[in-house]
Structure formats: structure tokens, C-alpha cells
Ligand binder design. Structure first.
Ligand code: BGC
Length: 395
């Protein structure tokens, strides 16, 4: 019965998927990856180490749980421990899946595509019955996911859409386009672009070109800002405006910092005021802030971000970053666990968008969580009162 429903679900989700029998055998869990930590913050180091330590013990406990609850084994593939958020995503999901009775194989891939592919292959071959994957490069998983499809293992793309594969059953994320529009609107409102005379100088920094999300973030922000650029109210002095030029490989803080160093020395070293920097996320914002601190002497610009990483919230409190988008990883993890549970029990996963995310093989049914913006006025309520961080984390 369960088998039949799962087949129906996959067939609905991906239209042409033909299934002859579902589910996979269980086998001894592979231990979670001990990705070497190369984090650039002490906080991230601690989080990563905690996660790695927890993984082993949790695997053992989960195996026992699985027997008791008969839940099954779920593979969770995360891109890297370098960024604080993925550590939170991974550990939240592991805790919630285990509480729901599932065994969890949680892996981090050090932002290395080949590592992620082989981790997924291991998950498929070690009896995982469902995969939750936050891809490093959305275009690089097609081949390995063919194997998942052959074994009728459903795949949920987590946060980042997996492109050009018909093995993806669902997508769960925060509304990526809305993240970008909120960043653009923040800059528009802070500079009062509809009323102030201007012109204002702005520079643009977005994320990794292999991450499908980056185009949504940048696209959403530019849909708000482009009309002001066209009207001459916003000026990009560097002239760097197209996605490929303003992208940041691997969302690297150091790469964003080096690019900003060059932009400042070519355009703002003479005292020209920089009014705003659109940064698509916190790791790139941190690079921009480091660069400004070292090279820029004018009034501090408005700087956007995303993730509410601890280092960036501290900078927000210190007046060095204006806002960050808060994507409560607890919300996303809970939603994904709900989706996993529904699929594993033979039902359909909850979705709220069946139009937006076409991965090149068709629209992937999605659940989009709503992001909110945090700034110095509301961070306490959003981040501390909600228990996301302790006050001491931010000191
Ligand atoms: C995520 C962001 C994150 C970025 C870098 C994106 O796919 O949606 O939250 O900041 O990757 O890891």
C-alpha cells in the first residue's frame, strides 16, 4: 500500500517517472563525513566541530530509533561546514528526523563537487530511502541522481534547486526571489530613492554562479534597483552590473573582499562617497565590510546581507552592516521533515508553489518559506527572543 502510494506520488511529481517497486533495503549507516573545518570564524568552527562530534553518536542512536519506529534511512547532503548556516541546517534536520524516528546519514562536502557526488552515491548504495540534498553546483548531480531514480529513491532539493535532472521530486527553500526584492527595497527605502535628489553610488556583489539561487537573489534585487539605475539616480561607478561580473565564486568572503579592494581603489580612493553595496548574502557582505574597513574613509554605506550569521549580526550591532535577511533554518528543517515524513509514509509532500522553479526538465513542486529582514531594530526579537541565538553569542 505504502509502496503503491509512493509510486503514485513520484509519478505525479515528475510526470513521466515509471516505478516498479519502491523502497530500499536498510544497511549499516555510514558515518557522517568529518569535513575538515576551514571556517573563518571561531563560531563556525565550534558549530562545525559540534556537528561532526554529534554525527557519530547520533548515528548510533538513530540506528536504534529506526528499529523501534521502523522509520527508514534518510540521506542528508550538505554543501559545506564553512558557512554557519549549513551547520545549523544539517544539525536541525538531523535532530528533527531522528525525533521522528528516522536514521540519518548526514554528510558535508567541503564545497567540493566530486566529494558531494560520491557522498550521494554512498547514500544510494547504503540503503537510504530518500535523499535531501543542498547542492554545491546545481548542474553537477544529474548523473548520480540517475542512480537514485533507478532505485526509485525520492529526492528533495534543499534550499538550492538541482538543475537538469528529472530525479528531483520536490524543492524546499525560502522564497529566493523575495530575498532579493527585500534587499533591493531596503536600499530603495533607506536612500529614499523616490524622493531624494541623489544621485547615489552603489556597487553590486552576488553569489556563486553555479548556485541557482544566486540568480534569483540578484534578479529580485535588480528588479527593484534597475529602474533607478536607468534613471541615473543610482550610479554604479565601477560599471560592473552584469551577473557574471558581480558573481562571487563559492560565495567566498576573501573573493568578495579582493573584488571590493579593487573597486575602491579604482573608484572611491579619492573620497568619492559610496552610498550602498548590494550584497546577496552575509559571507560576501563580510568581505565587503573587511575591505571597507581597510581601504575606505568616507561615510559607511548601506550594506545588505542574508543568513544572519553571527559575525554579521555583530557587525549589524556595530553599525557596519545595515540589514540581513533572516531565514530561520529551524522553519525550513521542520518543513522538510514534514515532507520527508509524508513521502516515507506513502503520501504527498506539502507544496505551495507549482509554477516558479523549472529545473530544465520541468517545474519542480516546491515549498517556499517566507524570509524576513533583520536590522538593528528588530534583531533581538527575531534572533534572541526566538531562541535562535543566545544574547552571549552576539557579544
Ligand atoms: C543560500 C544562502 C547562502 C548561500 C551561500 C545560498 O544558496 O540560499 O542562504 O548564504 O547559498 O552558502
Amino acid at each position: 500500500m505504502k509502496k503503491k502510494l509512493l509510486c503514485m506520488l513520484m509519478a505525479t511529481a515528475m510526470t513521466a517517472t515509471l516505478l516498479a517497486g519502491c523502497g530500499g533495503g536498510s544497511s549499516a549507516g555510514t558515518d557522517s563525513a568529518a569535513e575538515p573545518t576551514t571556517d573563518n570564524t571561531a563560531a563556525a568552527d565550534t558549530a562545525a566541530a559540534d556537528t561532526a562530534a554529534d554525527d557519530t553518536a547520533a548515528d548510533d542512536m538513530a540506528a536504534a530509533d529506526t528499529t523501534a519506529a521502523g522509520g527508514g534511512k534518510v540521506g542528508v547532503a550538505m554543501p559545506t561546514k564553512d558557512l554557519q548556516r549549513w551547520n545549523q541546517d544539517g544539525s536541525n534536520m538531523q535532530a528533527e528526523l531522528e525525533a521522528a524516528g528516522y536514521e540519518v546519514d548526514l554528510q558535508y562536502a567541503a564545497n567540493d563537487i566530486a566529494t558531494q557526488v560520491s557522498q550521494i552515491e554512498n547514500m544510494i548504495n547504503s540503503g537510504c530511502q530518500l535523499l535531501v540534498i543542498a547542492s554545491i553546483d546545481g548542474d553537477s548531480l544529474g548523473t548520480v541522481l540517475e542512480q537514485a531514480k533507478e532505485k526509485e529513491i525520492p529526492v528533495i532539493a534543499y534550499d538550492r534547486l538541482i538543475m537538469n535532472s528529472d530525479a528531483v521530486s520536490y524543492y524546499a527553500t525560502f522564497d529566493n526571489y523575495m530575498v532579493g526584492t527585500k534587499q533591493g527595497e531596503y536600499i530603495r527605502d533607506q536612500l529614499d530613492l523616490d524622493n531624494a535628489a541623489g544621485p547615489f553610488n552603489i556597487e553590486l556583489v552576488t553569489g556563486d554562479p553555479g548556485d541557482n539561487n544566486a540568480r534569483y537573489f540578484f534578479g529580485g534585487a535588480m528588479d527593484v534597483l534597475q529602474p533607478y539605475i536607468d534613471a541615473g539616480k543610482l550610479v554604479v561607478k565601477s560599471g560592473q552590473t552584469d551577473f557574471e561580473t558581480v558573481a562571487t565564486a563559492n560565495w567566498s568572503t576573501e573573493t568578495a573582499q579582493a573584488r571590493m579592494d579593487a573597486i575602491i581603489s579604482a573608484n572611491y580612493a579619492d573620497g568619492t562617497k559610496l552610498d550602498a553595496v548590494l550584497c546577496s548574502n552575509d559571507s560576501t557582505a563580510l568581505g565587503v565590510e573587511n575591505s571597507l574597513e581597510a581601504n575606505y574613509t568616507g561615510d559607511w554605506p548601506i550594506i545588505t546581507g542574508q543568513d544572519c550569521d553571527i559575525a554579521n549580526v555583530k557587525n549589524m550591532i556595530a553599525g557596519k552592516q545595515s540589514m540581513s535577511i533572516f531565514k530561520d533554518t529551524r522553519t525550513l528543517a521542520s518543513k522538510v521533515v514534514e515532507m520527508v515524513d509524508a513521502i516515507m509514509k506513502g503520501g504527498e509532500a506539502p507544496v505551495n508553489d507549482t509554477e516558479t522553479y523549472d529545473n530544465g526538465k520541468g517545474v519542480v513542486p516546491s515549498y517556499l518559506c517566507e524570509p524576513v529582514f533583520a536590522d538593528v531594530n528588530n534583531y533581538k526579537e527575531l534572533l534572541v527572543d526566538s531562541g535562535y541565538y543566545a544574547e552571549s553569542d552576539l557579544q
